[in-house]
Write a protein that binds this ligand. Structure first.
Ligand code: SF4
Length: 378
């Protein structure tokens, strides 16, 4: 079999498996990554994602990760939503889940298909293969740029001419030497919509992200209390944030070419905060079975829902928030204190006198003592 026939077969098979983008780069296509990652780590932009700092050499270079690697096949799957996610931000009694989290976990969706494609490559060439979906120490976005799938936009997310900013990425590293497609040129032009819309000013400069300020990091990866300075800005975002992706003008091409890959579950499009506050551990697991949301666990999820409740200005939520003041998790109790103080300052002052003497957790005590602006004052 000739190389071009092999590539043609792999491309065709990738489309049949549901991938929308396919490209090949040499495994050592991005020697600049080590320097870029070192700068980000030096500035602490990774927050408490310690796994980023643990093996920077391996993350920055696929061949440091696996010395036999010669080529990387990058694949993209479109997950463009069937409606604009931004209007939901104004419905403050509802929870806003990131578009990619409104159905099955995409790691699961993509991994099996990547393995199938990698298996085809192995059978045809005898080469070794390894597959990666966002969970391994591999910098997929710059590799996707090197493989011609698109370019890293000013928001650092991969942008594709055909699919906009809504692209799941997966990678197949292989010991086979495959012909490279060549990098995609930077095509953001003068547009700064993604930088301008960010509610937390998470971009120190175009193409640079300080994850410690990014809501997607704070409400998913960050394990402790949400820092006070970002709570009001979180609004009703209880899992992730889509703002910088949703405003990308290249998305219009995604809607023109797109087939629904990952349709939102109806019950996760705009769930009521009142319903989410009432979830116990078992109900949380049942609601989010197969969803990426399950991975952050019940306590961290409730922390986020309580912040959204505090931002809602909805006095109908006060009882449900108050019920969380006796939660076993200090993370949840602390968020409940903040939400209550924001929603109903008078009632929270009476409750402070009742609850503070028995509170042993210093972080929750600090929440009771903090100065909180009422939600309606925003
Ligand atoms: Fe800012 Fe949201 Fe984009 Fe994070 S995901 S950089 S918070 S707009």
């Amino acid at each position: 079999m000739t190389t071009s026939a092999l590539i043609s077969e792999l491309r065709t098979r990738s489309r049949a498996l549901g991938f929308d983008a396919f490209g090949i780069a040499p495994a050592d296509a991005r020697p600049d990554l080590a320097g870029r990652l070192a700068i980000a780590l030096e500035r602490d932009w990774h927050g408490d994602m310690e796994w980023l700092a643990e093996s920077p050499d391996r993350r920055a270079a696929p061949r440091a990760l696996w010395s036999a690697a010669r080529s990387v096949i990058m694949l993209g799957m479109n997950y463009g939503p069937d409606e604009d996610p931004l209007p939901l931000l104004a419905r403050t009694d509802r929870a806003n889940l990131s578009v990619y989290a409104r159905n099955r976990d995409y790691h699961e969706v993509i991994k099996g298909r990547l393995k199938e494609l990698a298996g085809l490559l192995r059978r045809r060439t005898g080469a070794e293969v390894k597959v990666f979906v966002d969970t391994a120490p591999l910098m997929e976005k710059p590799l996707a740029e090197a493989a011609g799938l698109g370019w890293q936009g000013k928001h650092t997310v991969l942008v594709s001419r055909e699919l906009g900013s809504w692209l799941f990425l997966g990678a197949i590293l292989t010991s086979a030497e495959l012909p490279a497609d060549g990098p995609h040129p930077q095509s953001c032009g003068t547009c700064t919509r993604c930088l301008d819309i960010c509610p937390t000013a998470a971009f120190p400069a175009p193409f640079q992200l300080d994850a410690r300020r990014c809501l997607s990091y704070l409400n998913i990866e960050h394990k402790g209390p949400i820092p006070h300075e970002f709570r009001a800005a979180m609004g009703n975002r209880v899992y992730g944030c889509d703002d910088c992706l949703a405003v990308c003008p290249w998305n219009k091409f995604a809607s023109a070419t797109r087939e629904a890959r990952l349709q939102a579950r109806e019950d996760l499009r705009a769930p009521a905060l009142a319903d989410l506050l009432a979830l116990d551990e078992a109900a949380f697991r049942a609601l989010f079975v197969g969803s990426p949301v399950k991975r952050i666990g019940h306590a961290r999820f409730l922390r986020n829902v309580l912040i959204a409740a505090g931002n809602s200005g909805d006095l109908d939520l006060v009882d449900a928030v108050e019920a969380r003041l006796i939660d076993l998790s200090p993370l949840v109790r602390g968020a409940a204190v903040w939400a209550l103080r924001r929603l109903d300052p008078n009632r929270s002052e009476a409750l402070r006198l009742a609850f503070m003497p028995a509170e042993r957790d210093m972080s929750v005590q600090a929440e009771w003592n903090a100065v909180v602006q009422p939600a309606r004052a925003n």
